[in-house]
Design a protein around this ligand. Structure first.
Ligand code: SAM
Length: 291
């Protein structure tokens, strides 16, 4: 080995040693705040449950498939009153028959739905209010416009001696308005804890929390016998379901006032009806019954 080769070899050994030293003493890259080395893991969306309730009186046949999937949809049958629970992180497509034709509808994870019969007896799927097995789904949350609230209470001749029960109270607007406008006591019942929280906050904001009270629970199992006026904005089949409860619990002379839908089977008890326009000019019906 001549001097030049020896020199190159020693130089190469020094460089390799230096590289190894630098590599071994390199600080690991830190992830923000945690002090742990950053590791990127695949992110999977958390599955959320879709519930599909059968509120019709018959078995419902339908199929389900993830949106955009080429896989064969799963065929299903759901007994009257039953609930199908589908844990999924994906939008699902439900297919069912209406007027003999396939109809499809997209279902979002984390949302309750209900199969209901429409006014012509055809199967339809609607957003529901909850997926609890032990409670009825009376209607999804849709607030009554303020002009209609005012008309409902005027027709029921509300005054300070009244006790108003709103079955499925939503954001509490009916009992809050009754307290503000007439000084009446009221109880709003809703199955959705978010709605009850919102109602209580709205009552506080309006300064009527002493008059307007709110209860979380299934209204079909809540005692309403103290009411002098009952207000409902529920689907017709829910009004029908509640009718025996009204007959059992309400004192004779109690007013039941319903937004948009009749109380089936109470035709003889209807004492008044009206059409009211909301702030956008849409017409709403109000039906007044006397128990
Ligand atoms: C159409 S909204 C009416 C809200 C309010 N009454 C109004 O007119 O503005 C129906 C409400 O009923 C509630 N609901 C549905 N099923 C219920 C049940 N079994 N018990 C109590 N509330 C229920 C829903 O959460 C929803 O807030």
């Amino acid at each position: 080995m001549n001097r030049t080769t020896k020199f190159i070899l020693i130089g190469a050994l020094i460089l390799v040693g230096l590289g190894a030293f630098l590599l071994l003493n390199q600080k690991p890259q830190e992830s923000a705040g945690s002090g742990e080395p950053s590791v990127s893991l695949p992110v999977f969306p958390t599955p959320k449950e879709i519930t599909i309730r059968n509120v019709t009186k018959d078995v419902v046949t339908y199929s389900l498939a993830p949106l955009g999937s080429k896989a064969k949809p799963i065929e299903k049958k759901l007994a009257a009153g039953a609930i199908d629970r589908v844990p999924t992180a994906q939008t699902m497509v439900v297919t069912y028959k209406k007027y003999g034709q396939d109809v499809t509808y997209s279902l979002n994870p984390g949302t309750p739905y209900s199969f209901r019969s429409d006014s012509s007896g055809q199967l339809d799927i609607w957003v529901g209010s909850h997926g609890q097995e032990d409670a009825e789904d009376l209607a999804p949350f849709v607030p009554t416009p303020q002009t209609v609230v005012a008309k409902m209470l005027e027709m029921a001749q509300a005054d300070k001696d009244d006790i108003i029960y709103d079955i499925g109270c939503g954001d509490g607007r009916i009992v809050i308005f009754a307290a503000q406008q007439y000084g009446a006591h009221g109880v709003g019942i809703d199955i959705d804890p978010e709605r009850i929280k919102e109602s209580k906050a709205n009552a506080k904001k309006a300064g009527v929390e002493k008059l307007a009270k709110f209860r979380l629970g299934d209204a079909t199992k809540t005692d309403i016998s103290a009411a002098t006026i009952v207000t409902v904005y529920l689907l017709p089949e829910s009004n029908e379901l509640l009718r025996p409860k009204f007959e059992r619990e309400l004192k004779p002379g109690t007013f039941v006032v319903s937004h948009n839908y009749i109380v089936p089977g109470w035709e003889a008890k209807e004492v008044d009806s009206a059409t009211v326009k909301d702030e956008e000019g849409t017409e709403h019906s109000v039906y007044l019954y006397k128990r």
